[in-house]
Design a protein around this ligand. Structure first.
Ligand code: PMP
Ligand code: GLN
Length: 395
């Protein structure tokens, strides 16, 4: 063992699966349907707006909670969509993407050994963020619904386990709809049910809604903001990276009632302090027109349908994907020896040999959970999807 000054504080934490699979895809020149990001450009008008802000010399520190025009636009957007008004001055903060927002919520709320409920498969930053705060993760699992051959057809929320786990010691409950990786979406009745369970407790909700504008088949996104009772005890998180095809810009926001937001900002100010100024002005100007985000569901629904149609005559079994830009598939019915591989090995094989990268759903679980389920991202140009479909149809 070489001498080191530091015994790892997080010995169990490796490099995120998204980074690992993207690196493998690059190394093997595979089509990257793994890490979730679009391979097409954002609207040039958005670039122009940011460029204009830079040229206008809007390049110094913004206010700690974000520039007021952007907070106003967020407030208007949320109110027009979900019917709840958050005060732009007291109740909205601009963050460096959703990842920082999630960590900051957890650091602001969770004391050592307090219980935080997550529902697996769970986005990979949640549990390490809870660990950083010293919290105790209570991991529940979505309930797989299986067909006659035992193949997962969809997932249901684990209401019985939630009812058993929510108790006066529950500090925070992490929820995510539309859900990465399964694509499942919460219904209004799910929010009602959650409200019933938390009513006798002081539990706070962290609602990760980064895919809020990707809900398909004319369904409505059931934001926590639509539920007045839950909204009083919730942080709502979203990300412009997802909505405007600029995942690398890392700009998002948090809405919460004033008492919660005050605590959030105590951490935020010493975490990032602020988020870069010209992006904020650029996004604020771009938000004048609601059409880009209103059109997003239709835009991604077409991609989902296209990708699903391309996989129809393969032996993959497809989950429904009512939201997000992800499609999960079961590969156990493929008539090849590799169909017996575990999810991680299958994804590595798919990347290196078939030249299409995907993400193993097992990466979204703490304990080993192998269901032959992998996730593809369809936020890609038609030519990329065509090339990937062609490769996958060979299987
Ligand atoms: N939450 C979920 C469910 C996500 O899928 C992602 C990223 N894809 C994030 C949070 C992080 O978003 P951001 O890139 O804005 O940090
Ligand atoms: N959230 C994206 C995904 O699920 C990846 C973000 C990241 O690489 N951390 O693929």
């Amino acid at each position: 063992m070489p001498h080191t000054l530091l015994n790892s504080k997080f010995p169990q934490v490796g490099t995120t699966i998204f980074t690992v699979m993207s690196a493998l895809a690059t190394e093997h020149q595979a089509i990257n349907l793994g890490q979730g990001f679009p391979d097409f450009s954002c609207d040039p008008q958005l670039i122009d707006s940011v460029h204009q802000a830079m040229k206008n010399d809007q390049n110094q520190y913004p206010p700690m909670a974000g520039i007021v025009p952007l907070r106003q636009k967020v407030s208007e957007k949320v109110e027009s969509l979900y019917g709840k008004r958050y005060d732009p001055i007291q109740e909205i903060t601009i963050t460096a993407g959703a990842t920082q927002a999630i960590l900051t919520v957890i650091l602001a709320v969770v004391r050592p050994n307090e219980e935080v409920i997550v529902i697996e498969p769970v986005y990979d930053s949640y549990v390490p963020s809870i660990d950083m705060a010293g919290g105790k993760t209570i991991a529940l699992q979505m309930k797989p619904i299986r067909n006659d051959q035992g193949i997962i057809e969809s997932y249901a929320l684990p209401w019985d386990e939630l009812a058993q786990s929510i108790n006066p010691k529950t500090r925070l409950i992490m929820i995510n709809s539309p859900h990465n990786p399964t694509g499942m979406v919460w219904q209004a009745k799910d929010l009602d049910r959650l409200a019933e369970l938390v009513r006798p407790t002081n539990a706070i909700i962290c609602s990760d809604e980064v895919y809020e504008h990707m809900v398909f088949d004319d369904a409505l996104h059931q934001s926590i903001a639509r539920h007045p009772e839950l909204a009083k005890r919730s942080f709502l998180i979203s990300s412009f990276g997802k909505t405007f095809h600029v995942t690398g810009w890392k700009v998002g926001y948090v809405c919460a009632p004033q008492d919660l937001m005050t605590e959030f900002r105590k951490v935020h100010q010493f975490n990032v302090f602020t988020v870069n100024t010209p992006m904020q002005y650029g996004i604020a100007a771009y938000l004048e027109d609601p059409n880009p985000y209103l059109a997003l569901s239709h835009f991604y629904q077409k991609k989902r349908d296209y990708f699903q149609a391309g996989l129809k005559n393969t032996q993959f079994s497809l989950l429904p994907s009512p939201g997000t830009y992800f499609q999960c598939v079961d590969y156990s019915q493929l008539k090849i020896p590799e169909a017996k591989l575990n999810e991680t090995d299958f994804c590595k094989w798919l990347t290196t040999e078939i030249k299409v990268a995907a993400i193993p759903v097992s990466a979204f679980y703490g304990k080993s959970n192998d269901e032959n389920m992998i996730r593809f991202c369809f936020a890609k140009k038609e030519e990329t999807l065509n090339a990937a479909i062609k490769q996958l149809q060979r299987l």
